[in-house]
Design a protein around this ligand. Structure first.
Ligand code: C5P
Length: 221
């Protein structure tokens, strides 16, 4: 199959990463999780004892970071300056700070440049918030995945085993707050690209969404 790029955007918990990974595996394309890159920066900032408000320090640190996404036994491994942080970037602490880091314009420029390079040879399925609008505006196929906040919270609730103390309502509030911050920021906010296909996954299973995306991919061959 000839290579092309696929952009998948949408709010937290819409199933983007699972779906993007399955699509990439089926097509033999490379999957790139850009959220993991923002999380890697956030983890590094917190490790260094910084807070998101220390913008110039955050930017300086982001410039120096060597972030690599490598295929691994359990999906994509995230390596920062040689250290495997795949699990560390999924903690509550990182999740609750990442949107504040992601609103800093210069952090976005640095990561966007890296992301564009990863897709330069095509054959990439990239998921995030601004892929169709800013990172890969020329992607051959663009999707915007969404689902009701209730269903997204339920999915996270059922898959999150490390926070037994969190209620479904709390999770729903956290997801809604993160979406709001991502959608309202000035630089590259979460928004559907004009030429993206909207897929509401509220009542759809993952295999059905993957099949819908693959159907549209076949029209590109
Ligand atoms: O996809 P994930 O939920 O892991 O993303 C974590 C956060 O990273 C998002 O809530 C958002 O603040 C930020 N992000 C972004 N732009 C992207 C990908 C993620 O701002 N392309």
């Amino acid at each position: 199959m000839e290579k092309f790029n696929i952009a998948i955007d949408g709010p937290a918990g819409a199933g983007k990463s699972t779906i993007a990974r399955l699509v990439a595996n089926t097509l033999g394309f490379i999957y790139v999780d850009t959220g993991a890159m923002y999380r890697a920066v956030t983890w590094s900032i917190l490790q260094a004892g910084l807070i998101p408000e220390q913008e110039s320090e955050v930017i300086a640190m982001t410039r120096e970071l060597d972030i690599r996404l490598e295929p691994g036994p359990s999906g994509q491994q995230v390596i920062v300056n040689g250290r495997d942080v795949t699990l560390d970037i999924r903690t509550v602490q990182v999740t609750s700070n990442v949107s504040q880091i992601a609103r800093i314009a210069e952090v976005r420029h640095i990561l966007t440049d890296k992301q564009k390079l990863l897709a330069i040879d095509k054959g990439v399925v990239m998921d995030g918030r601004d892929i169709g609008t800013h990172v890969l505006p020329d992607a051959e196929l663009k999707f915007f995945l969404t689902a009701s906040v209730k269903v997204r919270a339920e999915r996270r609730f059922n898959e999150t085993r490390d926070r037994p103390e969190v209620t479904l309502e709390q999770l729903e509030q956290e997801i809604a707050a993160r979406d709001q911050m991502d959608a309202q920021r000035t630089h590259a906010p979460l928004i559907q690209a004009a030429d993206a296909v909207l897929l509401d996954t509220t009542d759809l299973t993952i295999p059905l969404v993957v099949e819908r995306i693959l159907e549209l991919c076949r029209t590109k061959v």
